[in-house]
Design a protein around this ligand. Sequence first.
Ligand code: ZN
Length: 396
Amino acid sequence: MTRTGTAIAIGERTSPRILGTVDSGRPGPTFLAQGGIHGNEPAGVAALERVLATISERKLTIAGRIVACRGNLLALHGARRYVERDLNRQWLPESIARLRAKEPRDDRAEDKEQRELLALYEQCWDARRGPLVFLDLHTSSAPGSPFSCMADTLPNRRITDALPIPMILGLEECIDGAVMEWFNQRGQIAIAVEGGQHDAPATIDNLESAVWLTLAASGVVARQDVDIAFHEARLREATNGTPHVVEVTWRHAITPLDRFAMVPGYVSFQPVEKGDLLGHDRNGPVRARARGMVLLPLYQGLGEDGYFFARVVPRFWFRLSGLLRRFRLSRFVGILPGVRRDPADRRTLLVNPTVARWLTVPLFHLFGYRRERPRGDRLAFSRRWAAPDARTVRPR
Ligand SMILES: [Zn+2]
């Protein structure tokens, strides 16, 4: 059962999904952390168990509430990414509406998992006494630096800025329906952290440090109760000089029919030149289309992303975009030639691709818009928004 104060309810076994909850009984953010939405990524679960144990041992006083959970129980049990479908892909409102319309008795493996997770998220949402901070923990098949990714809102940036690991912008734009989307739709903070290679012991350390720094950055745990310098140093060492901000420009989508195989030896953030050989598929060699860097090369059987391609975002550009948004200059992008607001949805801009050829995707990213599916002959960009309470999340 869940108790108030600093009590920790790791024994709450009404659901094996719950790793533990800590409730201060006081106002503050709800910190919801999840490991193993991909079943071959148990390091996130191990990291959360460590943090919960430390909070319990040291009887730390928290503000708000902590809930830590497992993602895909069935897949974790079988140590595979998923059983029938990727549980980190079906979280857009239309997919959730489809799930709700189905009879639970007809549920396939991941339908049942998603239904239970959805109930947990909704329970956290309904019981919140402040903003919600969601942290999704992942690992990857190839070695490489840890990193964070998120929708590019200012409250999300405030959290990822506290993590001395690269942040990847635009990854969520390439992946339809990641679980973070459920929280984005509510304007809440949602961050995913990749800790490193699935089985490397340092991966659990990296994820543990990311959890502590996120708890401190969101004010759930007081800064003086977290060894900030230690966790920062541990993460900094793991990143090995990778750039602070990168932006995804391309996702190499694959199906089993493509028979795509990545050339061995690539790691995330590895620089490549235009024309470099990246892999092979049924049509022959797959080469880099431009100069940039490879992210998340696929070296496991299951997956729909062969690799991602990214480029470095200069630090000044990143800071400038934060300033432009803070002073709400981003409003003016709607009056540029070839751009008009969608009358049905004020947060969406419809862009004439011929008139606005010079308005490149990075410009819209700069102003905090994400690319959506085109509407007829118009490009569509919608504003990533932050609820007013998400803007109040800060360290204490
Ligand atoms: Zn994952």
